[in-house]
Design a protein around this ligand. Structure first.
Ligand code: ADP
Length: 286
């Protein structure tokens, strides 16, 4: 079995939220661009993991040699959409030394004293790092909009602010990969039921998730606005069907690998005299 060519359309093309993207027409059970079976997916994921890990090591090495570049994976999605699984199974395939993971919850007292982008700016990846945002500044136009936590005028101005912010981040050397994991309402119900049925999943259950479910149409509207207004050329959105966990993980791996490949990473040259160092080593005791 060959596991090398199962993408008939590259993930970054098949999943990009381009102009005219409509969430209402989107199929969360789909597997755009992927032609293989789930059993091939596991083998492909492992294979891509090796590739991704090698690329990330090059970026890490570059960061150690005065490089300024980094990659930032922004993960958004409704409850149970599998953000945690992506962190564990996709990001988990690379060396943790090179990863800078931040989960954004309800802003703390300290964070509330600052503009909403303050905590985001502070968590941006250092040179050489793969930054991962589990939720992000997009909560400030999602949960904040749906729950009317600030007036419409305030959240309404944020789309442009976010675009300007991201353009600045990209210009400073960070490649941004924005992924929205989209689960269907039926699949979410199933996953929530599982959390109630299995004691090993109770810890993931939050009674508030059921109240949020009732606001599904409002969230759909807020996500649509995010895609309409913040899927830019410098930082486009990729909308990933998440009902099949294996597909979502494979797709995010592919999107990340594509981003890393775009950096055309090599190994940094030695900043010492290799021959002289070799001679010194040879001259030492065994
Ligand atoms: P998760 O649900 O991702 O596993 P948590 O249980 O910690 O993680 O939930 C994080 C919560 O924080 C979510 O309900 C999310 O909507 C909320 N949150 C994140 N950012 C903000 C924000 N800027 N304003 C209000 N709530 C936020």
């Amino acid at each position: 079995m060959s596991t090398s060519d199962r993408w008939t359309t590259p993930a970054h093309e098949a999943l990009r939220a381009s102009e005219g993207f409509r969430l209402a027409d989107f199929d969360p059970t789909g597997k755009p661009g992927w032609d293989g079976k789930s059993k091939h997916a596991d083998a492909h994921l492992a294979q891509q993991g090796v590739l991704l890990s090698g690329l990330q090591e090059r970026l890490f090495a570059e960061g150690r040699s005065d490089g300024k570049r980094s990659v930032l994976l922004v993960l958004q999605g409704m409850d149970t959409s599998g953000k945690g699984g992506v962190v564990r199974h996709v990001v988990g395939m690379v060396d943790p030394q090179g990863v800078q993971l931040t989960a954004f919850g309800v802003p703390t007292e300290e964070e509330r004293k600052h503009p909403y982008l303050w905590r985001i700016e502070n968590a941006l990846p250092q040179p050489g790092k793969l930054g991962v945002f589990d939720r992000s500044h997009y909560e400030d136009v999602l949960v904040v909009r749906v729950h009317k936590l600030v007036p419409p005028k305030v959240w309404g101005a944020r789309y442009d602010e976010i675009n300007e912010f991201e353009a600045r981040v990209v210009a400073s050397g960070t490649t941004i990969v924005k992924v929205a994991l989209m689960v269907s309402s039926a699949e979410q119900k199933k996953r929530l039921r599982e959390r109630l049925e299995r004691p090993d999943k109770y810890w993931k259950y939050n009674p508030g998730d059921l109240d949020e479910r009732l606001l599904w149409p409002k969230y759909a509207e807020a996500y649509q606005a995010v895609f309409d207004r913040t899927s830019t050329d410098v930082a486009p959105w990729f909308v990933v069907p998440a009902d099949r966990k294996w597909y979502a993980r494979l797709a995010v791996t592919e999107l990340l690998t594509h981003a890393f490949k775009g950096l055309d990473l090599g190994w940094p040259p030695a900043d010492f005299d290799v021959a002289a160092e070799m001679a010194r080593l040879d001259a030492q005791q065994p």
